[in-house]
Structure formats: C-alpha cells, structure tokens
Design a protein around this ligand. Sequence first.
Ligand code: NAP
Length: 241
Amino acid sequence: MKLQGKVIVVTGAASGIGRAMVKRFAADGATVIAADVDAERLAPVAAETGAEPVVCDVSDRASVEALLNRPRVDVLCNNAGILDALTPLADVSDELWRRVMSINVDGPFYATRAVLPMMIAQGGGVILNTCSAAALSGGRAGAAYTAAKHALLGVTRSVAWYYADQNIRCNAIAPGAISTKMHTREAPHEGGMAKYAPYFATVPPHGKASAVADVAAFLISDDASYVNGEILSVDGGWNAF
Ligand code: NAP
C-alpha cells in the first residue's frame, strides 16, 4: 500500500491509461479523484475503484480550477490527451492545432498552476505528466501532437527545476504504442500514414495501459523521491530504435 493516505487527481480518467492509473493507485491505498469529460464512462470507473468522479474539461480553465479547489492534493497526474491523426504540419488546420494544444498543453498548464500554491503550502507534492514517445522524437505522431508533447516535457522540466526546493517533484512518462481507444477514434491522415507505414515493423508489440500505470505508481511514490525532471519511456524498447 505504497500510496496509502495520498490524495491523487488523475485527468483523462475514464479510459485507457488514466483509467488504469485510477485502478492501480486505488489498489495501492490512495484516495483518487477521477476526472474526465465523459460522465457516463466515469461512472463505472468510480464504481469499480471507489474513486471520486468529477466531470472536468481540462481545456477549460474554470473547470480545471474547480476540480482542484479542494483542501489537499498530494499528487496531480496530467494525463488527459488527444492524438492528431498523424497530420503533417502543412495540413494542420487552426482548429486541429488549437484543439490538440488546448487539451494536451493548456490543460496541464491550468492544472499545474492551480495546484502549485497548494502543494507549496502543504509542504510538497508530486506532478506526473503523461507525455509520449512523441515528446522525444519527430516521427511518432503528427506535428501538433509532437509539438504539444515536447511542450509538456518542457513544462515538466521547468516545474521540476523551479520547485525542487519546495519539495515538489515533477516527472513525465513517455508511453509508446499502448492499446487504448486513442488510436481507433479517427482515421489517420493519408499522407501522414504513408510516411509512417514503412516504420511499422520498428514498433514493438502494443503495451497494456496497466503497464504504464505500474510505472506511474512508482514515479509518484516515495520510492522515486529523488527522481525529478525526468522522462521515463514505457514503450517496450521503441525509443531504443
Ligand atoms: P484514451 O483511451 O482516449 O483516454 C483519454 C481520456 O481523456 C478519454 O476518456 C478522453 O475522453 C479524455 N479526454 C479527452 N479530452 C479531454 C478533456 N478536454 N478533458 C478531460 N478529459 C479529456 O487515450 P489514452 O491512450 O489512455 O491516452 C492517455 C494519455 O496517454 C494521453 O495524454 C495520450 O497522449 C498519452 N499517450 C497515449 C499513448 C497510446 O499509445 N495510447 C501513447 C503515448 C501517449 P473522450 O474519449 O470523451 O475524448
């Protein structure tokens, strides 16, 4: 029960990696607040894990601030995110760029800004950002998603550096290809897919969301007390290629 007594907020908690995090953290003894835009899919997660369900759109500042307006948060997991259909930059519309940035970057910014004063006042805390293999190279997704995850890694390192002396740790995980509905929700951009296809053979077998949650549980625990500003790949070796 490594997370006993910790109050943990997870965004994007109704599906995939976020859902697996909620399950794992609750099993490790934490009090979990499961936040997602989708109220219907949150309900079974709450029923299964005992987590508190909160409907929250991370791209909406007021919604995020309402989520985090609580007496204590020990751990914030900025996990909600969307893909960009592998769209190369010349074909990225203003709308796609804004949507990807607003959920993948603005959301973690709003949440982290809201939670830092509370963590400072309570004497410390932990922030974990779900980045991606696309935070580390240019050929894992389209332009908007790649830029967003690189930005989130920058935020991770900045927060780690500025707040280490306040007993706050901020790290990132970089999942590779994980079996969740993120991959199946929309058809990929034809040109982006054509570029990507020759490299399919370099992608290790898809991983399970629970494998990412297991690593997240380590990074937010006291076992990782001196790990700060780090990004940890959970990709079956994809990044080694
Ligand atoms: P997922 O199964 O689609 O889960 C993401 C969850 O976030 C969904 O429940 C989604 O709700 C929710 N969400 C979307 N927009 C939101 C918003 N504005 N506010 C709050 N919640 C929102 O995807 P996943 O694979 O678990 O992705 C989780 C994280 O892992 C993301 O940050 C993603 O970029 C990252 N990641 C995933 C992979 C992978 O291979 N799966 C690889 C690298 C990184 P809706 O379904 O209603 O939109």
